[in-house]
Write a protein that binds this ligand. Structure first.
Ligand code: PMP
Length: 306
């Protein structure tokens, strides 16, 4: 990996200059939370657009609140630092941005009761998730964390062990991705993405009460389906076998973008090809993310001054 510029402790510095203690609570216990943001490179316009930047930092702030951490910067300051960091790195490609808010203290025990809350932001080029256009998925034997165990609607670092175990199992069993059920057995989401079904022409997705992370891409998909495709969107609990009989299944997420799920538990979804709704939403999504749809210009933060 190149020695990129990163944001750490209020400054932009080279990644190789950052030192974080091996004793930190973040390293030892995963005490912290993070975000994943994409910035899309428009070759034609020679412009980089950060997608829904403010909403990501608002969610980071909500994650911090749930973890009893005070973010040392405002959402506006974090948005400005991110734009400055991207400029400093002079990226001319699609980029993944990773802000991390964490407990830097090296006090031995995993207490959240201290004020050593640090913010690190780093970024790197990122293409298509896993290089794939369609995914074969399987229901995981690991259940998604519930709100009575770890707050699932935050991007708490420690919670990603649950995601990692589910992904590991899926890959070891020859699938591309896992689908986790809630503790009550309803469909929840993928390890790092939300899930949608097309059923009788309606777009269906698990509701926030079913322990999902309320994805920013999910919100974008629901908006585009309603506004641009005139579809009815239903947020409700979804049974496992509803996936098998769905007209379409697809994932949404910052890294995953909008990608078809063509098989679940070795059952083909419809004809086993990427469906029409997924294709249309994907097209609309990229148009919006690349700043080409004026109606959604407020979703895009341009990085370079023109
Ligand atoms: N669920 C989980 C568990 C995730 O980690 C992510 C990725 N942030 C998502 C859903 C999708 O959220 P978003 O669209 O905001 O990236």
């Amino acid at each position: 990996m190149q020695d990129t510029y990163v944001f750490y402790q209020g400054k932009i510095v080279k990644e190789s200059e950052v030192q974080i203690s091996i004793r930190s609570k973040a390293f030892n216990y995963g005490l912290g939370c993070f975000e994943g943001i994409r910035a899309y490179w428009d070759e034609e316009a020679q412009q980089l657009y950060v997608f829904r930047l403010k909403e990501h930092f608002e969610r980071l702030q909500e994650s911090c609140k749930a973890l009893y951490m005070n973010l040392p910067y405002t959402v506006e300051e974090l948005c400005q630092w991110t734009v400055e960091l991207l400029r400093k790195n002079n990226f001319k490609t699609t980029v993944y941005i990773r802000p991390v808010a964490f407990k830097g203290s090296d006090h031995l025990f995993p207490t959240l009761f201290d004020d050593d809350n640090r913010v690190l932001i780093y970024c790197q080029p990122m293409g298509k998730f896993a290089g794939k256009d369609a995914f074969r998925a399987a229901i995981s034997s690991w259940r998604r964390i519930s709100d009575t165990m770890l707050p699932p609607r935050t991007k708490a670092t420690a919670a990603y062990l649950n995601s990692a175990l589910a992904s590991l199992e899926a890959l070891q069993n020859g699938y591309d991705e896992a689908i986790l059920l809630t503790k009550d057995g309803y469909v929840c989401e993928g390890p790092g993405e939300n899930i949608f079904l097309v059923k009788k022409g309606k777009l269906v997705t698990p509701s926030p009460a079913d322990d999902i992370l309320e994805g920013i891409t999910r919100d974008t998909v629901m908006t585009l389906a309603k506004e641009e495709l005139g579809m009815e969107v239903v947020e409700r609990s979804v049974g496992r076998t509803e996936l098998y009989s769905a007209q379409e299944v697809f994932f949404s997420g910052t890294a995953m973008e909008v990608t078809a799920v063509v098989e679940v538990d070795n059952r083909k979804i419809a004809d086993g090809q990427s469906g029409e709704v997924c294709k249309k939403i994907k097209e609309l999504f990229f148009d919006v993310a690349l700043g080409k749809n004026p109606k959604y210009a407020h979703y895009c933060t341009p990085v370079y001054e023109k």
